[in-house]
Design a protein around this ligand. Sequence first.
Ligand SMILES: C[S@@+](CC[C@H](N)C(=O)[O-])C[C@H]1O[C@@H](n2cnc3c(N)ncnc32)[C@H](O)[C@@H]1O
Length: 295
Amino acid sequence: MSSEVVAALVTEPGGVYVDGTVGGGGHAAAILRAAGSGARLIAIDRDPTALALAGEALDGWPGAVQFICGNFCDLPQLIPPEMAGAISGILLDLGLRSGALDDPERGFAHRAAGPLDMRFNPEVGESAADLLARIEEAELVQMLSDGTTRANPRTIARGIVRWRGQRKLATTGDLVACLRATLRRSATPKLLSSVFATLRMAVNRELEALDTALETLPGLLKMGGILCVLAYQSQEDRPVKRLRDATFIDPSSGAGYRMQPLSRKPLRPTREEGLRNRRALSARLRAFRREAATT
Ligand SMILES: C[S@@+](CC[C@H](N)C(=O)[O-])C[C@H]1O[C@@H](n2cnc3c(N)ncnc32)[C@H](O)[C@@H]1O
């Protein structure tokens, strides 16, 4: 949905833009092309491999891009203080890069044999295997209930706890074997994908990062600046949609402001795009403009 993102996001030629999930740099390149000469881009990703790829994709804009390995929820601390309130547009394209999904060493996919890692940054935090080794059964039920998993969370949680008491749960294959032993014929590829996605979101605390970002990123935009969020899961889209109801206070002036949605409904991919890229099928794009609050 690159052209829809650019059309909503890039309203100021030569402005300062943030791609908080730069991935392979596809959207970032489109933003820089549209924003024209003098534009600057802060390119952020938690995944060092993504940043290296983005570096190659954006080498046609020397000096215009600052690369930061970090979490977009820490953006206020990652950018120079004078940039706060001066940003023309921020993009968050949530979730996982397809290249990372296809890399067996990252452990994101049930179809690819590898270590059960799932960290966006393999140097930071707890892997999926470590999380599954220590999590209490009740917490696991909660995690699965909050996630995208359609199957009974209690059955899956009990199956994982029983399995880890007797066998290793260290690889993607171990988790698939455990789920198949627990769910038998219900362990369809779709269900395995949803359990893996839920686990990945928990390992990387993705919803927590999004909640924090939705509270703090609007304050970094200038008046009229745009926040665009591409969400692929309903749990991600729900808090994004609620942004339209929030009122913010600018700490320096005490003035109220809000994030006005640019359209009532989210933009969805065209049928052609869905056919080209199956992952895009579930995408929802919401864009908001920072505006003064009227009482
Ligand atoms: C869907 S991909 C983005 C693809 C990108 N728009 C492109 O054009 O290639 C999402 C990227 O966001 C990164 N990511 C996910 N959550 C993040 C967070 N909280 N902070 C920074 N990066 C994050 C992932 O590592 C992944 O590279």
